[in-house]
Ligand binder design. Structure first.
Ligand code: ATP
Ligand code: MG
Length: 415
């Protein structure tokens, strides 16, 4: 029967089959265990929140809120949104769980995110992120440590040379306001040439224009005033410290004055690790400082810095050679009914010894032997009624072809 559209995957979603899931899991675990060394602990927040949580923090004019959210009324009439990113929910949790007394706090998270985007390679409507939030420190070297964590992770993943660090600063609130002024002055002169999105941004959040992907906008952006010119001394010093720390830890970076990031809550440091190996979807890991975020959420002024990385994009880059292979220790081959019952016990004993095994229930013995070879089993245990009655196992080493009949204990020791 042909599959009707209503029974197919929703556009932009994916079925993550075991082979890819093993890779995802491996990457996640590298990130999580490296995070322990930096003092990060895992947190899980809901995958949906009241819509206001995202509207307030990400900014009404951000593409994410404006065009990409999955927002709907639930049966009680509340507007809820599937999370497009992880930081807003964690900021919400920080406030609603009253965690301010426990600062500093360092969270690691991973899970699905949802954005209504045009699906293409490396860009999905349900995708997965790993990320961290480092709350409570306003020291620039705290940003450096956070970037160091990302850098070390990419090194473990074998991506050190393919992912390059770009950094920029948005300055503190005062510098941002100053910069906003000069951008308004500049872009107002070209208002009619701007894309309609950017005309709106000009009124609501001119900084956002710098993040535009529109070709005509990009031309105008080339000539726009530089952030550096609007920075006060504190912001300049902060950014100098970032560069000093990165240099001291031998993390190569490029300063990219056009880097603004697509979200409203960033202050001071913003950064991205970018690769040229994924076409247009080149940003692999991105983050920044968000000193105003917790306050936007109604909590006490709390500094913070964090990053997130897309698992799909990381997995695309990570070599399969790094992923530990799962090896089948034993294929258990019952030869008759008595052997089938004995197989249950033998398999249970193997698993107690931390060995993995598969009982091949289907087909004749010859077919099962072929299957065992196809599964790359290290050993086959062949169990018939005579083995069952004596609590013995016919052990075949699949590598050498050697075969012998052993007591169960002896057989277990051979694996
Ligand atoms: P882009 O410029 O590619 O749209 P972004 O600035 O929207 O990225 P962030 O919001 O910073 O991305 O998310 C952090 C990371 O999450 C990205 O660097 C990317 O690896 C991943 N990511 C973002 N959106 C998607 C998506 N739709 N599908 C897959 N991965 C994504
Ligand atoms: Mg995006």
């Amino acid at each position: 029967m042909p599959m009707t559209k209503s029974l197919q995957r929703v556009r932009g979603t994916q079925d993550i089959l075991p082979e890819l899931e093993i890779k995802f899991h491996w990457i996640r675990e590298q990130a999580r265990s490296l995070g322990n060394k930096y003092g990060f602990s895992a947190i899980e927040t809901p995958i949906f929140e009241m819509s206001e949580v995202f509207h307030r923090t990400l900014g009404e004019t951000s593409d994410m809120v404006h065009k990409e959210t999955y927002t709907f009324l639930d049966r009680g009439g509340d507007s809820v949104t599937l999370r497009p990113e992880g930081t807003a929910g964690i900021a919400r949790a920080f406030v609603s769980e009253g965690l301010a007394q426990k600062l500093p706090l360092k969270f690691f998270y991973s899970g699905p995110m949802f954005r209504y985007e045009r699906p293409q390679k490396g860009r999905y409507r349900q995708f997965h992120q790993i990320g961290i939030e480092n709350l409570g420190y306003d020291h620039p070297f705290s940003d450096v440590e956070t970037i160091h964590y990302a850098f070390q992770l990419l090194k473990i993943l074998g991506l050190q040379s393919s992912c390059k660090l770009h950094i920029n600063t948005l300055g503190d609130a005062e510098s941002r306001a100053q910069y906003r002024e000069s951008l308004v002055q500049y872009f107002s002169k070209f208002k009619s040439e701007l894309s309609s999105d950017s005309q709106l941004r000009l009124e609501k959040n001119p900084l956002r224009i710098l993040d535009s992907k529109d070709a005509a906008d990009r031309k105008l952006i080339e000539g726009c005033p530089k952030m550096q010119a609007s920075m006060n001394d504190h912001s300049k010093k902060f950014f100098e410290q970032i560069q000093l720390g990165l240099t001291q830890l031998e993390i190569p970076f490029t300063v990219d004055e056009k880097l603004v990031r697509g979200i409203d809550y960033y202050t001071h440091t913003v950064f991205e690790f970018i690769t040229d190996q994924l076409g247009a979807q080149g940003t692999v890991l991105a983050g920044g400082r968000y000193d105003g975020l917790i306050q936007m959420m109604g909590g006490p002024a709390t500094p913070g810095v964090g990053w997130a990385a897309g698992l799909e994009r990381l997995a695309e880059l990570v070599s399969q050679d790094l992923i530990p292979k799962t090896i089948l220790d034993v294929a258990i081959i019952p030869a008759d009914e008595a052997g089938e019952a004995w197989a249950l016990t033998v398999a249970s004993e193997l698993r107690k010894q931390n060995k993995n095994c598969e009982i091949l229930w289907n087909g004749q013995v010859g077919k099962k032997m072929k299957k065992a070879a196809g599964m790359n089993a290290r050993f086959a245990f062949i169990l018939g009624s005579s083995e069952a009655s004596q609590k013995m196992v016919a052990v075949k080493n699949m590598g050498t072809g050697q075969q012998s009949t052993e007591a169960l204990d002896a057989a277990l020791r051979m694996i």
